[in-house]
Write a new protein. Sequence first.
Lengths: 116, 110
Amino acid sequence: SAVISQKPSRDICQRGTSLTIQCQVDSQVTMMFWYRQQPGQSLTLIATANQGSEATYESGFVIDKFPISRPNLTFSTLTVSNMSPEDSSIYLCSVDPIGTGLGGYTFGSGTRLTVV
Amino acid sequence: DAKTTQPPSMDCAEGRAANLPCNHSTISGNEYVYWYRQIHSQGPQYIIHGLKNNETNEMASLIITEDRKSSTLILPHATLRDTAVYYCIVGALGNEKLTFGTGTRLTIIP
């Protein structure tokens, strides 16, 4: 399985500012996935990032609020823009190491964001 | 993706087998059943998956009914470290998007 390094692990931010979260994988992967987990809730997919193309966003998530970069096959960033307290969540990246959906997806340890 | 239904919480005594049920009555013929778990303050961890045959690995066993409308994840000898939220997910081969339900919060009792 792949190893994911996600940074920062946690942050406290002022409302109206932006935070960029980094996700580094130790192997090349086609797709990288960004999830949000609000307090006490399950995971919700924000978007899918494919190298060399625009990210695909799920319903309820827009590029202006959550811009994503995917400069190469091992790295991606998610920015949470113009933050409000409602953005306080854990943000996780995930990859499918063997690219078939089988064998399991690997998740980062998450970024715990608190907006004050 | 087919939706799944899981009990919101379960308790199990340490050392006993933990049996976690999942209903997926609308599963399609090409959709797999996946199980993940999330220990507090960590990202989800893959456990096991199956299509129609029962599966076993070093972590757990997966029993899928013949009609594929339900399945059971079995942790044979539960330990305190197995306390987590367990997610049952169904998806098609090649579908790389995981849709998480609410899961089952399993608590292992000493």
